[in-house]
Design a protein around this ligand. Sequence first.
Ligand SMILES: Cc1cc2nc3c(=O)[nH]c(=O)nc-3n(C[C@H](O)[C@H](O)[C@H](O)COP(=O)(O)OP(=O)(O)OC[C@H]3O[C@@H](n4cnc5c(N)ncnc54)[C@H](O)[C@@H]3O)c2cc1C
Ligand code: FES
Length: 265
Amino acid sequence: MEDPYLPKKVKILKIMQETSDIKTFVVESVLPEHSPGQFVELTVFGVGEAPISISSSYPAMVLTVKKIGSVTNALFELKEGDYVGVRGPYGRGWPMKELKRRNAILICGGVGLPPLRPIIYSRLLDKDSGSTLLCYGARTPDDMAYRGELEKLAKQGISINTTVDTCPMGWKGNVGVVTCIMDRAIKKDENAVCMMCGPPVMMKFASKMLLDKGFTKDQIYISLERMMKCGVGKCGHCMAGGKYVCKDGPVFRLDELEKLPERML
Ligand SMILES: Cc1cc2nc3c(=O)[nH]c(=O)nc-3n(C[C@H](O)[C@H](O)[C@H](O)COP(=O)(O)OP(=O)(O)OC[C@H]3O[C@@H](n4cnc5c(N)ncnc54)[C@H](O)[C@@H]3O)c2cc1C
Ligand code: FES
């Protein structure tokens, strides 16, 4: 029997420097089919594993990673042609069935955009999909991932709203937290599904704003980030409020999260 914890060795095909501390890695696609919002356990051999969202639609395997600690620092030392390990795909992703023919409102901060990115591309391919609106916040303009790509998506009909916390002289875009752009861009919409990923404080205030605008809890989905080890519901490392974030999530509907501890959101 195949060992579920054994990563598959894959070649890094391409590396794109997104910002000073974010890189996108295109790796060989060898895992079973994945859906938007799922993640892989990424191994840097000799260092360790980290859960990373798949930021592309199947069959491509694209991972956008922020340099944080031991695994991600070692990953940033690797070059195109080097090898990493992957196992997965894991977790429950975004509610793609509920999203059919409905409008999508995507809200994110920092490296919260990668797990939402495949939703955008699936909607560009689906002629029956409703509108797609993105609200994305970063610390500064230089910390914004996929910047050139966002400009192209805007030309393809995706409503792109960005903001930064602080900016250099001459910046003509929005300044302020994500909720500032949400307030202007988002109107109550019974036919919308809202999906968000980012720092817990952002998701807490963003979900409160959506509720204040009249969205219901079953219209709001949140992807949680927790410390993980096995990724498959065995070790209990990610457990909170009786749920395995790795297996029952990482995507939860807002009303499901009410049973989880307050500090998770
Ligand atoms: C389901 C899921 C999807 C993710 N997707 C992405 C992604 O697409 N891109 C990306 O860049 N990152 C993503 N992350 C976060 C990523 O897993 C961590 O940044 C990574 O594990 C850090 O590993 P490290 O060895 O480099 O850092 P470490 O040396 O382990 O840690 C450095 C610091 O970061 C903290 N930390 C580590 N992991 C987490 C975590 N999961 N949540 C909160 N704090 C943490 C540690 O407490 C420590 O303070 C995701 C996490 C989860 C759970
Ligand atoms: S990471 Fe092991 S149970 Fe979730």
